[in-house]
Every structure is written in structure tokens, then in C-alpha cells.
Design a protein around this ligand. Structure first.
Ligand code: BV8
Ligand code: ZN
Length: 263
């Protein structure tokens, strides 16, 4: 696998140091080094014979609510065991050093928050939040429900409880979409990490930013449709490249010639 050249890294560092408004879009790849399988790698072992697009859908839940519930409880268990990695930590540090930083994640895990990131925009929801699939009433997960064969039932209407994630065919949270698109149209830099860029409408965000004049930097061990349009494609893992990009940044005011980059 190719690694970024010193020149590419230096160019990316300068763009980051000069950026006043950054939007960062992350996908499953940023959590891979924490032991949370990516969506495409999730179907290993027990779940190998199940299509994630089917499991993560109303149709899948209607057809076999127990199977879908157990899949999410298995993923929740993995997420809770996991720890933020150097990639998550570097993004939290970059946010602290950037005047306006918006973190949009497709991930349903809470590793960005546990790394210290604030106001994380979960555009596809969160796996550790629950609500009734019928009336929407929020539900607090009880310990015994984690191992139950079937999803819990809603205390208000008796409907089935589901994780507060966005399933395929479902609308994204309007308030989050509004902020993500607005900030994408106003940012200097769109930093994309660990996404295959195949799920819509989120996969459009880097193009929205680029068409509004922002620089797009993509970090991924594999070349994806987003890598193709990126101004700078840094081929490698988030856990290695993000600290290399952010580590050099000092706490000085951003945007001043040569500032932000120590040593
Ligand atoms: C909707 C929550 C309509 C659930 C998720 C336009 C064109 C084509 C299709 C569509 C379209 N518009 C809509 C669609 C349909 C569909 C869609 O996009 N289908 C795809 C599959 C073709 N979109 C929808 O259904 C959306 N809803 O359109 O509703 C509507 C509108 C109004 C009113 C009513 C309805 C909803 C989409 C959201 C679905 N929910 N997640 C759950 O998690 O269980 S999507 C889920 O999958 C994730 O959130 C994420 O978005 C996606 C997985 O992608 P990635 O995160 O990128 O992960 P992946 O495994 O694919 O790749 C990992 C990458 O990391 C790789 O590139 C790898 O190389 C890299 N990597 C690996 N290791 C590392 C690394 N990178 C860095 N460091 C490492 N160490
Ligand atoms: Zn209900």
C-alpha cells in the first residue's frame, strides 16, 4: 500500500494550519483501529451470512425483529469494549485548535465523544440510544434487554423498541443534515477520514464543499470515489496519518503565515 509522500503531508499540514473553518466527515474506517469492524468488514463470523443493508432496514426489522435486535446488541457490546484510537484523539485536538470545526460522523459509535470531541453530528444516528419504532418514545435500555432474544416493547404503546440509528430507506435527521450542508458550503477545508463514500446522501458532502471552494483532503488506505475527487489523497490509516497531520500544529492563532506549524 502506497504511503503519503513527505511533500503531500507537508502540503496537507499547511492547508490544515491555514484553515479557519473545517468540516470533518468520518466513516467506519476511523473506528477500525479501535476494533469496531467497518460496515463492509462487519459481516464476519456469526453475521457473515446476513446483508447489513437488510438488517439495517424497516423490512429487515419487520421480517425478523429478534435477529436485528441481537445484531445491534452484538455491535453495541463491541463499541462499549472499544477505546478511542489515535485518529479519534487527533481529531479532538484539531477541533480545539480550529476556530470553527464541525465533526460529521456516519458512525453510530460514541468513540469521537469518548476521545473528547464536542457536538459530534451523528448523521446516521447512535447505537446507544433507543426509541419506539411505532410512536417514537425514547427508551432507556435495561440490563436484561441486552441479551433478550426479541426487542423490548414500548411502555407507552407496546410497539417494538429499536436503536436510534437511521436505517436504509429512512430519512436522515433534518437538523443534522441542515447544519452539515450549511457548514460544508462555508468551510475552507473538508477533511474526510475512513469512508468508502458509497452511502447517500452523505457521500455528496465532499463535493458540496469542493464546489463551494473548499479544499478536500481524504485519508483512507484504499482509493475510493471520494479519493478520486480529493485535492489531497493521503493513502493510509487514520490512526497513523491524523496524528502526523495534527501533531505538528501548535496552539498559536491559526491562519498567520507559518503559524500553527511548530518546528
Ligand atoms: C434515504 C446506520 C430516503 C445504521 C447507515 C443515491 C444513489 C444511490 C443510492 C441512494 C441514493 N440516495 C439514497 C440511496 C439509498 C441509500 C444508499 O445510499 N444506498 C447505498 C448502499 C447505495 N441511502 C439511504 O437509504 C439513506 N436514506 O435515502 O432515505 C428518504 C428520504 C426522505 C424521506 C424518507 C426516505 C440512509 C442511509 C443511512 C443508512 N444507515 N448506518 C447502522 O449503522 O446499522 S449507513 C452505514 O453504512 C454507515 O453509517 C455508513 O454510512 C455506511 C458504511 O460506510 P462507511 O462508514 O464508509 O464504512 P465502509 O465499511 O463502507 O468503508 C470503510 C472505509 O474505511 C473503507 O473505505 C476502508 O478502506 C476505510 N478504512 C479501513 N480501515 C481504515 C480505513 N480508513 C482509515 N483508517 C483505517 N484504519
Ligand atoms: Zn411506542
Amino acid at each position: 500500500m502506497a504511503t503519503p509522500t513527505t511533500q503531500q503531508l507537508a502540503q496537507a499540514r499547511q492547508v490544515i494550519a491555514d484553515a479557519q473553518r473545517i468540516v470533518c466527515l468520518t466513516g467506519a474506517g476511523v473506528s477500525a483501529e479501535s476494533g469496531v469492524a467497518t460496515f463492509r468488514d462487519a459481516q464476519t463470523g456469526l453475521w457473515a451470512k446476513f446483508d447489513p443493508l437488510r438488517l439495517a432496514s424497516q423490512a429487515g426489522f419487520a421480517a425478523d425483529p429478534g435477529l436485528v435486535w441481537q445484531w445491534y446488541m452484538a455491535r453495541l457490546g463491541t463499541v462499549e469494549q472499544a477505546m478511542p484510537n489515535h485518529g479519534h484523539l487527533a481529531l479532538a485536538r484539531l477541533a480545539a485548535l480550529t476556530p470553527t470545526f464541525t465533526l460529521v460522523t456516519q458512525n453510530v459509535d460514541d468513540l469521537h465523544e469518548r476521545a473528547g470531541s464536542q457536538n459530534v453530528l451523528h448523521i446516521h444516528g447512535r447505537i446507544n440510544h433507543f426509541h419506539c419504532n411505532t410512536c417514537g418514545t425514547e427508551h432507556t435500555l435495561q440490563p436484561d434487554e441486552r441479551t433478550s432474544e426479541l426487542p423490548p416493547t414500548c411502555l407507552l404503546c407496546g410497539g417494538l423498541v429499536r436503536p436510534a440509528v437511521v436505517w436504509f430507506g429512512e430519512a436522515l435527521p433534518g437538523d443534522v443534515v441542515e447544519i452539515a450542508w450549511r457548514e460544508a458550503e462555508r468551510c475552507d477545508l473538508m477533511l474526510v477520514v475512513g469512508t468508502s463514500g458509497v452511502v447517500y446522501p452523505v457521500a455528496q458532502l465532499p463535493l458540496v464543499a469542493q464546489q463551494a471552494g473548499a479544499v478536500v483532503i481524504d485519508v483512507n488506505p484504499e482509493c475510493t470515489p471520494i479519493s478520486e475527487i480529493a485535492d489531497i489523497f493521503l493513502q493510509g490509516s487514520g490512526g497513523l496519518i491524523l496524528p502526523a497531520l495534527v501533531g505538528a500544529l501548535s496552539a498559536g492563532p491559526k491562519g498567520h503565515p507559518g503559524s500553527g506549524l511548530s518546528g
